[in-house]
Design a protein around this ligand. Structure first.
Ligand code: GLP
Length: 244
């Protein structure tokens, strides 16, 4: 495991964007696993800036997003696809047909999960997976207690996750209670993992994830076992770890 300490959110984002850029420059046909949430926003802004300067080309890149809310169509403003369109895809030259999400609207739940896993495999697997960390240790939407063996699956979201994500929804609009997510097994099959973490509110869970016992109660703890994990975090997020 490599840990990069950044002194601010912005420099954390710059470091993470540098690592993703290196991947795309060295391997233009990379398969990237992407994440939503607030943490990656600055990373995406930095990638867009470098793309605009002519330093990056995404035409041959394929992406798989980690998760999607159940019941939200791709054009729903709070769907993760809409989030990614707004914050990254609409502003770079990625080929639309190479962008992949679980279909949140399907009723064929099992078939959709298998389709997503098969599609990832058919592209040769994920070369680099970007991850954030939920306050309860979740990665993607793999909530505490979920078996490590799962590939893409359908999950019930915990109340704390729904509350944490309510800020993206308008007042009175309810956060979906289910989602599709790549499972821990699918995430762990990525060749490289880049975990980005920011802020003092993540300090305790980051320490538990990186140095505590590897348990389904802290889904992110499984990352300790990945052979190529890079953690990029700001000083606030690392504050508990640095005390040790
Ligand atoms: C959501 C996403 C996760 C993300 C997490 C943390 O639940 N499904 O992929 O890592 O939020 O988000 P934030 O970066 O906003 O703290």
């Amino acid at each position: 495991m490599k840990i990069y300490q950044a002194d601010s959110y912005l420099s954390m984002c710059r470091k993470a964007a540098n690592i993703i850029s290196a991947q795309v420059i060295l391997y233009p046909r990379s398969v990237l696993g992407l994440a939503t949430g607030s943490t990656p926003l600055g990373i995406y802004r930095q990638l867009i800036e470098w793309y605009r300067k002519g330093d990056l080309d995404f035409t041959e890149v394929t992406t798989f997003n980690l998760d999607e809310y159940a019941g939200l169509s791709p054009d729903h403003p709070q769907s993760y696809r809409a989030f990614m369109n707004e914050n990254l895809f609409d502003q770079i030259n990625i080929n639309r047909v190479q962008i992949n999400f679980p279909d949140g609207t399907t009723e064929q739940i099992q078939a959709e999960c298998s389709r997503y896993d098969d599609l990832i495999r058919s592209k040769g697997g994920i070369d680099m997976q970007l991850l954030g960390l939920g306050h309860n240790g979740h990665i993607g939407f793999n909530e505490p207690g979920i078996a490590f063996e799962k590939e893409t699956h359908y999950v019930q979201l915990s109340e704390s996750t729904r509350q944490a994500n309510a800020r993206f929804f308008s007042e009175g609009e309810s956060v979906p209670d289910h989602a599709f997510t790549m499972g821990i097994k699918a995430i762990m099959q990525a060749k490289k993992i880049l975990l980005a973490v920011s802020g003092s509110s993540k300090a305790t869970i980051l320490k538990r994830a990186l140095t505590g016992p590897v348990l389904p109660e802290v889904p992110g703890s499984i990352l300790q076992l990945h052979p190529d994990l890079t953690v990029v975090a700001d000083t606030d997020a690392l504050s508990e770890l640095l005390k040790a």
